[in-house]
Write a protein that binds this ligand. Structure first.
Ligand code: SF4
Ligand code: SF4
Length: 345
């Protein structure tokens, strides 16, 4: 049997404290994704979240944004990109998140991980790291491949003191769905959390998994059963491409902060509400908490689902979404990560 990685008691305590805080009060974000730079060292063919030119956001500006978010009572701040390991002050950004009392997460393609980099992430206080692996052998779509990254995973297994989540993918455009199971098994073998994402068709629409993909989905689900149990219905509806009945609390409980420092509902609904994060306050949180999102039934943004679970049982949504957003609905995200800490690497 694989050795499960033991979570430190202090992290468990901070997690439970965050959940309790979220259950008791609704006027603070539970999870924020924040982008410190848009540049990436890869160029996955399906990705619309990177460029190869942009500069890192200066540390002082990142700290200003983080301090505001922790001042609002945010429980978890996850750094994404682009490729955040390219940011020269990443360790200081992580440390600032921890100093503000939030849990710190990181989404990376893993290419730049070496022993020293992992140990620096330990020292900075990182709590979670996620890598998405798309295939076993690199191809023209993606180089995020088990063959390339397995050495990095071994280093993580040996040196990381943070939780590691390995996400594999299924669905439209995935040439070898059976790769997802190999990747998930390797993740579990190394003591990591294994999850699976479902990619949509080229028009961003939900498409049910075929019988073979469904079987693989079920097997990965069993491998990651500890993580899946809590979100069973959402996962299964997405896999069958059926609408899911839920209240999206994006803009309130889940925020996406881009490199320009603007708050967006999520990576797939950029532009709404489009307010600078340092000006984002309780009024905006209250308003967006109550705002129904027209894209919710077919939404695939896993983090928004997870954070919204806490409030599913309370407070109906009645405020209308902005007219421009409603006109574009339903907007489906390209990729959902089921059972993971964020929606995409
Ligand atoms: S999916 Fe990740 S690794 Fe690939 S180009 Fe986009 S940001 Fe970079
Ligand atoms: S795409 Fe999903 S997370 Fe984003 S605003 Fe719509 S329902 Fe919410």
């Amino acid at each position: 049997m694989p050795r499960a990685r033991r979570k430190p008691l202090s992290r468990r305590f901070r997690e439970w404290r965050g959940v309790a805080h979220a259950m008791l009060h609704t006027e603070h974000p539970v999870q924020v994704h924040i982008v410190p730079m848009r540049r990436c060292n890869l160029a996955c063919a399906y990705c619309n979240e990177f460029d190869d030119v942009s500069a890192p956001v200066p540390l002082a500006e990142m700290e200003r944004r983080i301090d505001h978010l922790t001042g609002l009572g945010t429980s978890l701040i996850t750094i994404s990109g682009g490729e955040p390991l390219l940011h020269p002050d990443l360790d200081a950004i992580i440390a600032r998140i921890r100093r503000g009392g939030a849990l710190a997460g990181l989404i990376t393609n893993g290419y730049l991980l070496v022993r020293d980099r992992i140990e620096r992430l330990n020292r900075a206080g990182l709590d979670y790291l996620q890598i998405s692996i798309d295939n076993i052998q690199p191809d023209d779509i993606s180089k995020k491949s088990l063959k390339v990254l397995d050495k990095k995973l071994q280093l993580l297994a040996e040196y990381a003191r943070f939780d590691v989540n390995i996400n594999s993918v299924l669905g439209a455009g995935v040439r070898r769905p059976e790769d997802a199971l190999v990747i998930a098994r390797r993740a579990v073998e190394l003591g990591f959390i294994a999850t699976v994402g479902i990619i949509h068709d080229g028009h961003g629409q939900l498409r049910p998994l075929n019988a073979g993909e469904q079987a693989i989905y079920e097997q990965v689900k069993r491998l990651g059963k500890r993580h899946y149990a809590r979100f069973h219905q959402f996962q299964d509806d997405i896999a069958r491409a059926e609408p899911h009945d839920w209240k999206c609390r994006a803009g309130a409980r889940y925020l996406y902060v881009c490199e320009d420092g603007l708050v967006h509902y999520c990576s797939q609904q950029r532009g709404y509400p489009g307010i600078p994060v340092t000006q984002y306050g309780r009024d905006a949180l209250r308003r967006e908490y109550r705002t129904a999102k027209p894209c919710a039934p077919y939404c695939t943004v896993a983090c928004a689902h997870y954070t919204s679970v806490l409030d599913q049982w309370r407070d109906p949504q009645h405020a209308p979404a902005t007219a421009s957003m409603a006109a574009e609905a339903p907007a489906a995200a390209e990729l959902v990560q089921i059972g993971s800490a964020s929606e995409r690497e």
